[in-house]
Design a protein around this ligand. Structure first.
Ligand SMILES: [Zn+2]
Length: 729
């Protein structure tokens, strides 16, 4: 292996925001600084009679927690005055800081938002508390600004959930979607059915490493926990005091293995099975018979009084119909109600819950699968498989919460480095989250009115503890709050400057284990003459440096297979080593007959950049095709000699990704003459031995399976075909 050093010279570029910049995130609608500071001696005096008791408690506790600011009552000459606004946008507020501080607000929540903004404006030095003199006017763009927390796959204690809530409140989130039940654990006490927590809250083992790792190994430690109803009330009140509504999720009819471990009689087969220790989708779901529906309504009867939330989430996602198709009870329900198939049966099942919740003064919300078989009349749809479910629901006049996996799944990777902790897959960078718009560009204004807002989802298969939860949540969540709150979006550079200047110190002070991945330079390859440029890019204002290593690679190609390039990442960061496979197709032009899916289109250079993608896979390292065959041409600058072609593909049935089964390769010499190469295929790569001297163009067609076989995750759907490096030797 040859080694090349690749050092880049950086100009001195300030990463810091200027003094005139507004430190508040999410960015307020108006920030007008004036001259000078409002300074006091570390104790903020307010007249408690001017605000409601709710607000008084919230202000005092929260100021102390967030910024270590003491708040004291002082009626004669308070420093902060409060004024009620009328006839303004929902939840709008303003702050005027001059010789005193005036907060004008339209609702209790907006008064709290003003308070949080005031805290974000504060600085403390030598016992003095100061605020920049300024005027702030602000209101949220979207009304549903949420975070989802899965406590089933991994359990978080009452105090950990409270800390999660405290941090959310600092960024003006108002909804906590609490995913309380799933296959791997039932986490809420139900008095009528004590086995739900005695049995359903505990699993005997948990899969280790990534669930695609073979062979699978299990940690045999008993794992679990649950919240008593008193603890649930405590958390709901705690969130309420910070103006956060808690939406509970009780999953049905799928993701039910923990409940069915406790009460197998509500499944289709009645078979006794343990609480699941593996991640994924399981065939055993709630039976659609009357007894199961009444059981779940009984559960909801105990859940509803614990949550003031208007919305109750019933899941509805990823429910295989395997058991329902074979179950005489389910088939009898289909027949008795004149339903056509199992999708309509799911619609019937959700419809029964919708009617029940409506009778009890609540609103049903569910994942976008509840659209299949017909949407229940009062249902709100949470769109996670892209925007499509949300668009379809809005077109039918239903409310929508957007959380497409592309932008809102914070269990995805956020950095490209090998040092990132193990995650489920995918790639959702800070910059991508900031660019998120809950309203897709092709939605009509009328339909857009049904979009309540959006949320970030923290699924915890790969998030075993609080430190990891904070790593995956921050700072991406701050970008999401900005995308949802701020009508005028800051540029990434402005956001980044504020984030690093004002909010990283806050997160550090609160001992939040936030990710610093966004500080690392992003290293990209791009095409150059014959082969590549390496681009080193810092995600801050105006820093883009690049250099070519073309000559080095070309020289190396003849003698060696891999070239190691060492990239200087700048001050305080270790230099980064990159291994580049020095093969003959580096930087070749790719002409697709089958275009990659926009979801996994990372540019055609991905397959000729000399970089092998990581396994378990990360979203940005592959080209993904939503098709059972893929065709493309590799076109070379000048004819090359070819001995071997190696095509790297991915086989990950758990993610619906299946390797190519057969292929056809055609070599074009100067555009004439064809040949079909013979070869050999594995799950990892296809290797073809050839002997040809003047190859100008190679045509490749890969054939996958057309439908995922039964018994596999996503059975019946077209699988994905994923492609990485095409090595030519
Ligand atoms: Zn059944």
């Amino acid at each position: 292996m040859l080694k090349f050093s690749f050092f880049l010279a950086f100009g001195l570029l300030s990463l810091f925001a200027s003094a005139q910049d507004c430190p508040i995130l999410p960015t307020p609608a108006v920030y007008q600084p004036t001259n000078g500071q409002f300074v006091c001696s570390g104790n903020l005096l307010i007249d408690p009679s001017e605000i409601t008791p709710n607000l008084k408690a919230a202000f005092t506790d929260y100021a102390l927690w967030a910024n270590n600011i003491q708040v004291s009552p002082f009626v004669q000459n308070p420093m902060v005055q409060f004024k009620k606004l009328t006839n303004v946008k929902q939840d709008s507020y303003s702050i005027n800081i001059a010789d005193r501080i005036t907060i004008s607000y339209s609702s209790e929540a907006s008064c709290f938002y003003a308070w949080v903004s005031l805290l974000q404006l504060s600085t403390q030095q030598d016992g003095q508390l100061s605020f920049p003199k300024c005027f702030v006017k602000d209101y949220p763009e979207f009304q549903w600004r949420g975070l989802h927390l899965d406590v089933s796959r991994h359990f978080f204690t009452v105090n950990e959930v409270k800390r999660f809530i405290d941090l959310m409140a600092y960024y003006k989130f108002n909804t906590l979607h609490w995913h309380l039940t799933d296959d791997q654990g039932w986490r809420i006490e139900i008095k009528k059915y004590p086995l739900l927590t005695q049995v359903g809250a505990w699993r005997d083992s948990t899969v280790e490493n990534h669930y695609t790792t073979q062979p699978r190994t299990y940690n045999k430690t008993r794992y679990g926990g649950f919240y008593t109803q008193e603890e649930v009330k405590d958390i709901v009140n705690y969130a309420g005091a910070r103006f956060i509504n808690v939406v509970p999720e009780i999953e049905m009819p799928g993701h039910a293995r923990a409940a069915l471990a406790a009460y197998p009689q509500y499944s289709c087969t009645g078979q006794v099975q343990g609480v699941e220790g593996l991640w994924g989708i399981f065939d055993d779901i709630f039976c659609a018979k009357e007894e199961s529906i009444l059981f779940l309504q009984d559960v909801l009867k105990e859940v509803l009084p614990l949550f003031p939330s208007a919305y109750i989430h019933v899941g509805g996602d990823e429910a295989p119909k395997t058991r329902w198709k074979e179950c005489p009870n389910c088939q009898a329900v289909i027949k008795a109600n004149g339903l056509h198939d199992e999708h309509e049966l799911q619609s019937y099942f959700i419809g029964r819950m919708d009617a029940f919740l409506t009778q009890n003064g609540k609103k049903l919300i569910g994942w976008d699968e509840i659209l299949e078989g017909g949407l229940s009349p009062n249902a709100t749809v949470m769109s996670w498989r892209g925007y499509e479910g949300g668009k379809a629901a809005a077109a039918q006049g239903h409310y929508v919460v957007m959380c497409p996996g592309s932008h809102c799944y914070f269990d995805h990777y956020q950095g490209r480095g090998a040092e990132e902790p193990l995650a489920i897959g995918g790639f959702t960078s800070l910059e991508k989250v900031l660019s998120f718009d809950p309203i897709p560009p092709d939605m009509t204004t009328a339909d857009a009115a049904y979009v309540l807002g959006a949320q970030g989802n923290l699924w915890t298969e790969y998030i075993p503890n609080m430190a990891q939860l904070e790593y995956m949540t921050y700072p991406r969540t701050i970008a999401l709050s900005t995308a949802l709150w701020s009508e005028t979006k800051p540029t990434y550079e402005d956001f980044f400057a504020k984030l690093t200047t004002y909010h990283f110190p806050f997160l550090s002070a609160k001992n939040v284990n936030f990710s610093k991945s966004c500080l690392k330079p992003e290293i990209k390859t791009t095409r150059a003459l014959g082969w590549g440029i390496l681009i080193e890019k810092l995600p801050a204002k105006g820093i883009i440096a690049y250099a070519t290593v073309l000559a080095d690679i070309k020289a190396a190609k003849r003698k060696t297979k891999t070239v190691q390039i060492i990239v200087d990442q700048g001050p305080n960061l270790p230099s980064k080593e990159m291994d580049v496979i020095a093969h003959k197709a580096l930087g070749a032009q790719i002409v697709f007959q089958t275009p990659p899916s926009p979801k996994y289109d990372n540019g055609s250079l991905t397959i000729v950049d000399g970089q092998l993608a990581a396994r378990p896979w990360k979203g940005h390292e592959w080209l993904g095709f939503e098709s059972d065959s893929v065709s493309f041409d590799l076109v070379f600058e000048k004819p090359i000699k070819v001995k071997e072609i190696r095509i790297h593909t991915l086989h990950d049935p758990n993610s619906w990704i299946w390797a190519a089964q057969t292929y056809m390769i055609t070599l074009n010499k100067y555009g004439c003459g064809n040949g079909i190469a013979d070869g050999y295929s594995t799950d990892e790569f296809i290797q073809i031995e050839v002997k040809d001297k003047h190859v100008k163009q190679i045509h490749v067609t890969l054939y996958g399976i057309s439908k995922i076989p039964s018994g596999e995750p996503g059975a019946g759907n077209t699988p994905w075909l994923f492609l990485d490096e095409i090595e030519i030797r």
